[in-house]
Design a protein around this ligand. Structure first.
Ligand code: TXA
Ligand code: MG
Length: 316
């Protein structure tokens, strides 16, 4: 079947209140009609996601904002003009039309316009905004291919296969305040990029905000993961897989996945979840070691994911 007829079929499913997995430029999403609470409930069930963790709504045209949010000011449109379609989610005051199940009862809703052609066409053809979290089981590794989705969520009604995603980590999530923006989740759109449009609100003066779904453990592989440091040099490397960036740590490992051939952090983002999936599935590997990077720019988003993925394994 052609990709276009696959999208037609997926759009029919969305209209019928079913749940469909689809590619975005960041990771695969597990989508349902955002205006249909029963359909959205299925997302929580399939993902085994706690009901306190709200979903992002995906739109394909700026006009769809009108029904979803209240009083979007000109900063929203400026940011949208610069970064949409693309990997930026804005948390905004929600309208009454957004069902409470989508936002876990919050008065705000996260919205983004993905740049992936398949995602945009699916939203257009479904003729509704699509609520979608990443298409993984709650707390586990995010999916960057259709096979990753299938591995964790074999029972989803339909998966559109759009190949490997091109950004590889989830969108940057921001909240607008009176003073500017705060980052709730780092991504490849960095503070510096956003500051070209509006000022950074230095939240250190106030209480630090994070998204409600931001638990310490997330993105977690089913086998031990450590971030490389001196102590992890004591491990048995003959059973270990290394996620390598600089190339400097590669000696002695059973297997090495080099995430970038040109020392570019964007490549680390694109390839990190795939590397985790690949070692998770590999029977030769008992422990995964990931090389850390400097926590600046995109490095912030990479270390955020690695720390959360390693969190559960720190004490085991
Ligand atoms: O790139 C992405 O953002 C991907 C693709 C599929 O679009 N989606 C994604 O969704 O990462 P999810 O559900 O895995 O992560 C969304 C995060 C959650 O941690 C959630 O708590 C937060 O966004 N979030 C959603 N609505 C929010 C709100 N109203 N206020 C604060 N945080 C919110
Ligand atoms: Mg997720």
């Amino acid at each position: 079947m052609s990709i276009s007829s696959n999208i037609d079929r997926a759009a029919r499913y969305i209209q019928q209140g079913k749940v469909v997995a689809f590619p975005t430029e960041t990771v695969y999403g597990l989508g349902a009609n955002a205006f249909n609470p029963m359909a959205v409930a299925k997302i929580f069930e399939i993902k085994e996601r706690p009901s306190f963790d709200p979903l992002i709504i995906h739109i394909a045209s700026i006009h769809q904002l009108d029904r979803l949010v209240l009083n979007a000011d000109e900063r929203v449109y400026k940011l949208a003009e610069k970064f949409w379609p693309g990997p930026l989610t804005m948390v905004l005051p929600k309208s009454n039309m957004v069902p409470d199940i989508v936002t876990s009862g919050l008065s705000t809703v996260g919205i983004r316009m993905p740049s992936h052609k398949i995602a945009l066409e699916l939203i257009h053809k479904s003729d509704c905004p699509i609520a979608a979290p990443s298409a993984n089981k709650f707390g586990q590794i995010s999916p960057t291919t259709a096979a990753h989705v299938k591995k964790q969520l074999p029972d989803v009604d339909y998966i559109i296969n759009g190949g490997k995603t091109t950004v590889g980590i989830e969108s940057t999530i921001i909240k607008l305040t009176d003073d500017g923006f705060q980052i709730l989740r780092p991504g490849i759109i960095t503070s510096k990029d956003l500051e070209e449009i509006i000022p950074f609100d230095d939240a250190s003066k106030k209480e630090k905000e994070v998204a409600p779904g931001m638990q310490k453990s997330h993105y977690s592989p089913r086998k031990k993961l450590l971030i490389a440091d001196k102590s992890s040099l004591n491990i048995d490397k003959s059973k270990a897989g290394l996620i390598s960036f600089s190339g400097e740590l590669e000696n002695g490992y059973r297997k090495v996945i080099k995430v970038s051939e040109r020392n570019d952090l964007k490549d680390y983002a694109v390839n990190m979840f795939e590397a985790l999936h690949s070692f998770e599935d590999d029977n030769d590997i008992e422990i995964i070691i990931a090389e850390p990077v400097c926590e600046r720019g995109i490095g912030k988003a990479i270390m955020d994911r690695l720390r959360k993925a390693a969190f559960n394994w720190k004490t085991k």
